[in-house]
Design a protein around this ligand. Structure first.
Ligand SMILES: [Zn+2]
Length: 148
């Protein structure tokens, strides 16, 4: 029997369902305007560039660079076993309209986390829940310098 998953789960709605369905299919999707081609994160009923409501969800590269980050040493109760962990804001590769996505960074020694570090999306099925979540990992392996 699988232990219950105690961390927050997404509230899936008709507006964001294509994103979560994409994760289940191992695809990181974002909303793009069919009229002008701009991406728009976070999802919004109309394009922020041309106000068109003709929006489609398209597969994204899932790659980007760390725009900002925070190392969490005291997290909420469900995350207490994970500390220290890194919360990142990632600027995705898709341009010209920057999309900055919040996530958690795995597989990176704390002394190697830096703004500009290339990262990629990874997919995580949640046992016992019908949902897939995403996280980020460095695009290339990084080693600890042994410093702090
Ligand atoms: Zn537009």
């Amino acid at each position: 029997m699988t232990a219950p998953y105690l961390k927050p789960l997404p509230q899936i709605s008709e507006e964001n369902r294509p994103f979560w369905d994409g994760l289940s299919a191992r695809e990181f999707r974002g909303p793009r305007c069919r009229s002008c081609g701009q991406f728009g994160w976070v999802p919004y009923p109309a394009c922020r560039n041309c106000f068109s409501t003709d929006i489609e969800w398209v597969p994204l590269s899932g790659r980007g660079v760390i725009y900002s980050y925070s190392i969490v040493h005291r997290g909420p109760a469900a995350f207490a076993g994970d500390v220290p962990y890194v919360v990142v804001m990632v600027e995705l590769d898709e341009q010209p309209q920057p999309m900055i996505v919040l996530g958690q960074l795995d597989d990176c020694p704390l002394d190697q986390v830096r703004v500009g570090l290339p990262v990629s999306v990874t997919f995580h099925d949640i046992p016992g829940e019908d949902v897939t979540l995403y996280r980020f990992s460095p695009s290339a392996p990084v080693g600890s310098t042994g410093g702090g």
